[in-house]
Design a protein around this ligand. Sequence first.
Ligand code: PLP
Length: 445
Amino acid sequence: MTNILHRHSHVVPRVAARGEGPYVYDVDGAKYLDASGGAAVSCLGHSHPDIIRAIKDQVDVLSYAHTSFFANRPAEDLADLLIEKAPDSLGKVYFVSGGSEAVEAALKMARQYFVEIGEPQRRRVIARWQSYHGNTLGALATGGNLGRREMFLPILGDFASHISPCFEYRYRTTVESSEDYGLRVADELKAEIERLGPDTVAAFIAEPVVGATAGVVPSVPGYFKRIREICDEYGVLLILDEVMCGMGRTGTLFAFEQDGVVPDLVTCAKGLGAGYQPIGAVLLDQRFADAFYHGSGFFHHGHTYMAHATACAAALAVQRVIDRDDLLSNVRLQGDALVDALTARLGNHHHVGDIRGRGLFRGVELVADRATKQPFDPALKLHARVKREAMDRGLMCYPAGGTVDGTSGDHILLAPPFIIDRTHVDEIAEKLGDSIDAAIASAGS
Ligand code: PLP
């Protein structure tokens, strides 16, 4: 019996009792290796003593003070840390409580910027299919996850349109090089801007590494450079959504560093606070802050819990620990080890089509037929079977369906904590391999 409306009406989840390092324990004492950080959140694992201490210390002096009355020290310090590490043009931070809020704020910043500089006709946002930007209405309208959008289409508004993803495994033709493929799909942005009318387009939004919808899909070399060029040519803003792939997950603090571009706005959340407190942020180009300053004088937005002192204290501690312990080196090291271990266990598997990703952000795509890349029948819900089998083996991973086009395809997303070592990597590969085998057997394939 539960009084909570859980995510699924027919499933009441096991109750988590405590966490320690990369493991979570349920109330019955069962132990689970958190190989997905929940949903790419818990980048320091669980119960990290430094973060617990920072939260307790902050609560002892000031839990919260509304931002219309006061600034607070942890928020200022966290902003300083992020701005110091960001490219020079990103000069301000706006703190919110999660990923969807960060995306909503970024979309509204883009819109307000154009109003302030005298281009109010710019209201359109272009996004990509097979992407996810959050479940609030603005974020959902830009997201390209068909399954999540369908129910709410009539209330999503008409400001967003979509171009193809950059998804090499699925959509590069055999006669194209990776680079040629990237340029072809990037040029869809140019065509879409022209179709809509260049002076009506405010922004293009994309995940540098697509997370849960397509199963950890980085772009091909050159893709984002071409996207940046097109945005610059038309005065369109580039918003990169790093809610899932950012804050070190791919081995660099910002995922976009590996694509050689700098966005006008970047969103982050999940790994920022590592799950110790709910927090998200937008880093914005200084010219937005200047436009608001010289224009209406403020950003027309706000939330009750923005720049929450305790959330910022936790995130500050998280980012300092990542720095102090040089954990991004471990992300790169264990990320390579994870690919090796997955390849050893699954590389020749009849039903594993692709193993991909960057750093400790990896995806495994399942197929019915490796040669044709034919996905499994969606009715089998193979991804859900993998999740059940993995939980029964003490492994948390993040499988999802609709990988190919929103309807068909299955993948498993892995995003383990940055603190793992080689023994955890081997445990992930072994348990995931066994779970995939058992799931496929239970589906009768
Ligand atoms: N953007 C991306 C890329 C995400 O992966 C997510 C969540 O998974 C969001 C936005 C929404 O974040 P939240 O669930 O914190 O609202």
